[in-house]
Ligand binder design. Structure first.
Ligand code: ZN
Length: 514
């Protein structure tokens, strides 16, 4: 079977999704999980765009072995210098450089002639090849580019030493059959195409990212760029789990293999969702809560008689056999640790104790702790060293005849911030009190409560979307008490804003990635 390389860009394109920014430590934890999942390439970030991006790339490049680490750069020497610098110490480094090739981008965005674009691309690839053996070139807005021009630039950059040629559907404009023909024309129109791997990078604006990626593989692409849960710019990228499972389930029609350990899919999906605070829609293929639930009586009857009547793949094949009762308040630190590692959850030794203490509190309140609770506990404990504020205390007075009033106290180092405020409801009162305590002006855009596991004592997960100084931040918090979870989520969003302020004093470079 032909091998398809899985290039994961969760940490680069995915992290560009509004509200999905992660701390350097969080990015590293996700990268460790991606390596466990078996992706071939991890795109770690866009080093020149900010010191925060640079640090994330450097930490991943140095720490992860056995997987290729790619970083993004525009076709500019200063970008490539920064990319090469961030990749120092990587076992398998790759510089991924790009330039736009569509008439609309060349004319209006770059204001350069096609000849100048070819010259810049060739120069950049040569320059990058002097720094790393492996160079990938992307023709940004590829699907809206003219085929003769694409063939010309691709041939030249392969001659200059590019090993991977990526054709992004940057704006999610392609249609599967058309995209396949488009790619075949490139393969046929580039005489030295056999010297490089053809790659695609599809966006999901029309919901076709996975379909287009599959069509591309049938047309000769052997690297596909994807993200976990399909996160990414706007409507996102092709989802890793959907693409990989389509290849797995339909091997008869798609005779291609990947290096993905499919049993790690569910872990990876949950871990990412908890880290960035994006809830997975219930009906999301493969990883959504309902993806394997059979509701209709006829379906249930069929599945009981023979599973394959309504199931094209098993939940176990994607690692979903784990939602059973596992731990209780009598479970020791060792049992807790073992279960975490069974689930593929890694947590630094320094934070393990705190996560365990948190587990005990929850086990005490709700008696049965499910695997899904553990994902929440772990992601809640990660990256706390970068937090500005922690919730020290809160108290709410509420009722159907009283004006809801909240008092909160936040801590930052050894400083305390305490205030009281009223609101339309208890949650609103808490948020107002937090705003007042730390003198911030925020606008709440979205508030979502979700039970992590069934039952009256369930752990509740609150996700908030807050607008601060024109920037949208997502925060999340979990607790068996919804008000506490709400306060934590709100403080989490504010901390993300503070982290953004302190680490992203970037130079405004490179905000136009594909
Ligand atoms: Zn993209």
């Amino acid at each position: 079977m032909d091998r398809v390389w899985i290039f994961d860009t969760t940490l680069r394109d995915g992290e560009q999704s509004p509200g999905a920014s992660m701390s350097v430590e969080q990015k590293y934890e996700i990268a460790v999980q991606l390596a466990r999942l078996g992706v071939d390439v991890i795109e770690a970030g866009f080093p020149i765009s900010s010191p925060h991006q640079f640090d994330g790339c450097r930490m991943i490049a140095r720490g992860l072995k056995g997987v290729t680490i790619a970083v993004l750069s525009r076709a500019l020497e200063k970008d490539i210098d920064s990319a090469a610098e961030s990749l120092k110490g990587a076992e398998r480094p790759r510089i991924h450089t790009f330039i736009a090739t569509s008439p609309i981008h060349m004319e209006h965005k770059l204001r350069k002639s096609p000849d100048e674009i070819v010259e810049m691309a060739v120069k950049a690839v040569k320059y990058a090849r002097n720094k790393t053996a492996e160079v990938e070139f992307s023709a940004e807005d590829g699907t809206r580019s003219e085929i003769p021009f694409l063939c010309r630039i691709v041939e030249k950059v392969i001659d200059a030493g590019a090993r991977v040629i990526n054709i992004p559907d940057t704006v999610g404009y392609a249609i599967p059959a058309e995209f396949a023909t488009f790619l075949k024309n490139i393969v046929e129109g580039v005489p030295n195409m056999d010297k490089a791997i053809l790659s695609v990078h599809c966006h999901n604006d029309l919901g076709l990212a996975v379909s287009n990626s599959l069509a591309a593989v049938l047309a000769g692409a052997r690297q596909v760029e994807v993200t976990v849960n399909g996160i990414g710019e706007r409507a996102g990228n092709a989802s890793l789990e959907e693409f990989v499972m389509a290849l797995n389930v339909r091997r008869d029609f798609l005779p291609f293999s990947t290096g993905i350990q499919t049993r790690q899919i569910y872990n990876s999906s949950r871990m990412l969702a908890n880290t960035i605070g994006f809830a997975i829609p219930r009906n999301k293929p493969i990883v959504g809560e309902n993806a394997f639930a059979h509701e209709s009586g006829i379906h249930q009857d069929g599945v009981i008689k023979k599973r394959e009547t309504y199931e094209i793949m098993t939940p176990e094949s994607v690692g979903r056999d784990s939602s059973q009762l596992v731990l209780g308040r009598h479970s020791g630190l060792n049992g807790f640790k073992t279960r975490l590692s069974d689930l593929g959850l890694s947590i630094p030794e320094s934070e393990l104790r705190r996560a365990y203490d948190r587990f005990l509190v929850i086990a005490d309140r709700k008696k049965e702790v499910f695997d899904d609770d553990l994902y929440v506990i772990v992601s809640d404990e990660l990256g706390h060293e970068t937090e500005t504020f922690t919730l020290d205390y809160f108290n709410v007075l509420s009722g159907n005849t009283a004006v809801p009033t909240a008092t909160v106290r936040l801590r930052s180092g050894d400083k305390l911030f305490e205030e009281a405020a009223t609101g339309d409801g208890p949650v609103d009162a808490i948020f107002n009190a937090i705003d007042r305590a730390i003198s911030m002006t925020t606008k709440l855009e979205e508030y979502v409560v979700q039970a992590v596991t069934p039952g009256k004592e369930a752990l509740g997960e609150v996700s908030v979307s807050v607008l601060i100084e024109g920037r949208k931040l997502v925060g999340r918090g979990a607790s068996t008490d919804i008000l506490e979870a709400s306060a934590k989520a709100y403080v989490n969003a504010i901390n993300r804003f503070k982290a953004y302020q302190s680490t992203r004093k970037g130079n405004g470079n490179g905000n136009d990635a594909h």
